[in-house]
Design a protein around this ligand. Structure first.
Ligand SMILES: Nc1ncnc2c1ncn2[C@@H]1O[C@H](COP(=O)(O)OP(=O)(O)OP(=O)(O)O)[C@@H](O)[C@H]1O
Length: 269
């Protein structure tokens, strides 16, 4: 799903209409936990980066309503690489967007990094995302008029990191993704794999604890895809970052700590 990266920080446009849909009602087992009943620190105590309960999402297409997610319960441990697998249109972007607090589910609750976000006002969710969450997309969404270095520096600026500290951190992030020789290049001069590594460096600005990656390997060949997913794995191992990656690509499953298969609105493990 093509989205502007800048959109994801304060705002987000929901995905477009038109693929497969589930037109049945959610199961009787679907539940909605009142947000006030969820302790603020649930999840962190148990080492979970995300705890989702009874996530249900209904969309409307013309006159018709359909359920795309049907009562998903999920706990994602800190410091792990989780792969959300499923065919196009099954609801991966929708689920990612709900877990990141960008979309509000029809029912259910999400605890993100110990905070119950479902009932938080958008400005507080946006601020939590800005400080703690990084995003990586299929289409890279780099700013074409800025150099590689400036793309990362801008992300740091948006997180309140300026001047020589921002420059130092931008250098470190780009070194971390092996792009130390590309600082002054414009994105159009980079290969797809290099662009995605810039996008990862940018997503890591401000040391987020959680990375959401939506189809990050779809535009890449096997080797570059492997480099990107290996990089995610390294981040979980060396920096304690949690990565949730949505994909329909089964090639990188061996690198995941856990595969969550999304099927008919539910997670099948
Ligand atoms: N705001 C919306 N209103 C109505 N339908 C929507 C809305 N957002 C998404 N959908 C529909 O919900 C379904 C799931 O979309 P979603 O983008 O989450 O799937 P996906 O698994 O991420 O697909 P892809 O891999 O192609 O990106 C699709 O049929 C989509 O058209």
């Amino acid at each position: 799903m093509k989205q502007s990266w800048l959109h994801w920080l304060p705002l987000w446009q929901p995905p477009s209409l038109g693929k497969s849909a589930i037109k049945t009602a959610p199961s009787a087992g679907s539940r909605t936990t009142p947000d006030t009943l969820v302790p603020m620190l649930t999840g962190v105590a148990s080492g979970a980066a995300i705890v989702a309960s009874g996530i249900t999402m209904q969309f409307q297409a013309g006159e018709e309503r359909f359920w795309i997610l049907q009562g998903i319960d999920l706990e994602i441990p800190c410091g792990s690489l989780q792969v959300l697998l499923g065919p196009s249109g099954v609801g991966k972007t929708t689920l990612l967007s709900i877990l990141a607090g960008i979309l509000t589910p029809t029912a259910g609750t999400v605890i993100l990094l110990g905070r119950s976000i479902t009932a938080l006002p958008e400005c507080q969710r946006s601020s939590l995302r800005l400080q703690q969450v990084g995003f990586v997309f299929q289409e890279f969404n780099l700013i074409s008029a800025l150099t590689v270095f400036e793309n990362v520096q801008l992300a740091l600026t948006m997180k309140g990191i300026h001047g020589s500290i921002a420059r130092q951190q931008a250098r470190e992030l780009l070194n971390q993704v092996n792009l130390s020789d590309k600082f002054d290049q414009l994105p159009r001069r980079l290969s797809g794999g290099e662009k995605q590594r810039v996008a990862i460096a940018r997503a890591l600005a401000g040391k987020p604890r959680l990375i959401f990656a939506d189809e990050p390997t779809s535009a890449l060949d096997s080797q570059n895809g492997y480099t990107v997913v290996s990089l995610f794995r390294q981040l979980t191992r060396n920096h304690g970052c949690t990565v949730l990656m949505a994909t329909h690509d089964q090639r990188f499953i061996p690198l995941a700590d856990r595969v969550l298969q999304l099927e008919d609105g539910r997670i099948v493990q």
